[in-house]
Design a binder for this molecule. Structure first.
Ligand code: 5AD
Ligand code: SF4
Length: 446
């Protein structure tokens, strides 16, 4: 039996994978510990999306060499995207690492635990070809369950490493997902966050193979409809959709189904059509805006968040200005803004020069961030005096004497505890104060 600790970097899919791996290892009799210091095995679940993410974890594992010299029984494993991308070459850079497991081979980890216990080292499992059944996480451990509905990405945006580290798109059948969600809800979950790198392409690869794909196809809409029927499930969220597959069926479904939260994360990346084409995004800024308008016309309360890349190769000040304009038009509630980071092996790295200076990227990043928070702060003021429905999550991390929860539009609310209420319950909160990040108020008792 090993005590293990998993340190997770990167996206929500990685968080989900760590959760599922933890559950699997516990089923084999190992035990998860919260303190790194008490672990016999340290597992790093890594991210490759930006260079900085990789450098951070490489630095951290580098330092572990000294720790391992003091504590020779300590074992170290690297899993996830960076493990997939760099593979066994990691053993050259970091000889104190015991195993490397890629994104499609997580279920090998229990066997590796047995083998390292027997003294083996430098083990690797890196194939993306093997069919791996989806591992499930702990049942109902949290109010919000992360559910992986598809893996991989076939989009090949020119800047992105994900298609190289997570392989081709593969969707789980609807009944499998419904079963997992039902189990999570039976265990106490009230909300699901459906995960897929290109989630609106759910079922598309399979439909293409069968020759039944048409522009009206949206298996994702069918999945949402099936989840809507699950009793006890209150809210459905998903990330990340791609405008290319957001057809009328999808738009009509997300707007119609009451459990689908009307807060949509829709990556824009750039507001310039020349940049979007160079990124191979497969849509124009006008098409993107049409999708937003399509949703707004059916669900006027809808709010949006996005991903933006500034400083993509060749991005001129005018093209950056176009991104700014689209952001201004949409009035996002939240945005992740990234500085372009060249990733070896991607088409952009092979064919385009990373020519926007770092300080210029930084400045563009700063401009978008400050405009964004100004806008959100202003719009949040509209909540003053209003009553919102909040899914109660529990104690606020910042202030243990306060409770916190979110509205269906993903606004964080903070309020004083009231006896008789418990996490997982919906409550009405009257808002008395707002900032750019949160709404503050009091529970109204019926
Ligand atoms: N450089 C900067 N940002 C990137 N992203 C993906 N690849 C890169 C890169 N090479 C961003 C995109 C994507 C998000 C998950 O990360 O905006 O939507
Ligand atoms: Fe990367 Fe584009 Fe796929 Fe998203 S859709 S994972 S940005 S290649």
């Amino acid at each position: 039996m090993y005590l293990f600790h998993i340190r997770t970097y990167g996206c929500q899919m990685n968080e989900r994978d760590s959760e599922a791996l933890s559950c699997l290892l516990e089923a084999y009799g190992h035990q998860s510990v919260t303190e790194e210091e008490s672990a016999d095995v340290l597992i790093f679940n890594t991210c490759s999306v930006r260079d900085q993410a990789e450098r951070k974890v490489l630095g951290k594992i580098g330092i572990m060499k000294r720790l391992k010299a003091q504590k020779p029984a300590l074992k170290i494993g690297i899993i996830g995207c960076m493990a997939q991308r760099l593979g066994e070459s990691l053993f050259e850079k970091l000889p104190h690492v015991d195993f490397v497991v890629g994104t499609g081979q997580m279920n090998q980890v229990p066997e590796f635990f047995t083998r390292i216990a027997a003294g083996e080292t430098h083990l690797s499992a890196l194939s993306l070809e093997v069919e791996e059944a989806e591992l499930s996480g702990h049942q109902g451990q949290s109010l919000t369950s992360y559910i992986s509905v598809m893996r991989g990405c076939d989009q090949f945006c020119t800047y992105c490493i994900v298609p190289h580290t997570r392989g081709r798109e593969k969707s789980r059948p609807i009944p499998d997902i419904v079963k997992e969600v039902r189990e999570q809800v039976d265990g106490g979950s009230r909300e699901v966050l459906l995960l897929g790198q290109n989630i609106t392409a759910y079922g598309v690869a399979e439909a293409r193979k069968e020759g039944i794909y048409t522009p009206e196809f949206s298996a994702f809409a069918d999945l949402l409809q099936a989840l809507q029927e699950i009793p006890g499930l209150l809210r459905i969220r998903f990330t990340s959709p791609h405008v290319r597959y957001m057809n009328q069926k999808f738009i009509e479904t997300v707007c119609r189904l009451p459990k689908v939260c009307k807060a949509f994360h829709i990556p824009l990346q750039s507001g310039s059509n020349r940049m979007l084409a160079a990124m191979n995004r497969g849509y124009t800024a006008e098409e993107y805006l049409q999708c937003i308008e399509g949703i707004r016309s059916l669900a006027p309360q809808a709010v949006f968040s996005t991903d933006i890349i500034v400083g993509f190769p060749g991005e001129t000040p005018e093209e950056f200005e176009q991104t700014r304009q689209v952001m201004h038009q949409v009035q996002y509630d939240m945005a992740y803004i990234f500085r372009y980071s060249q990733r070896e092996g991607t088409r952009a790295a092979k064919t385009l020069k990373d020519d926007v200076p770092e300080n210029e990227k930084m400045e563009r990043n700063q401009i978008l961030l400050s405009e964004l928070s100004e806008g959100v702060e202003k719009r949040n003021k509209a909540y003053l005096g209003k009553t919102v429905e909040v899914l109660l999550e529990g104690k606020s991390k910042r202030n243990e004497e306060r409770w916190t929860g979110r509205t269906d539009l993903n606004k964080v609310c903070v309020f004083p505890p009231v006896e008789g209420f418990h996490p997982g319950q919906l409550c009405q909160v009257k808002i008395g104060r707002t900032t750019a990040n949160s709404l503050f108020g009091d529970i109204i008792q019926a």
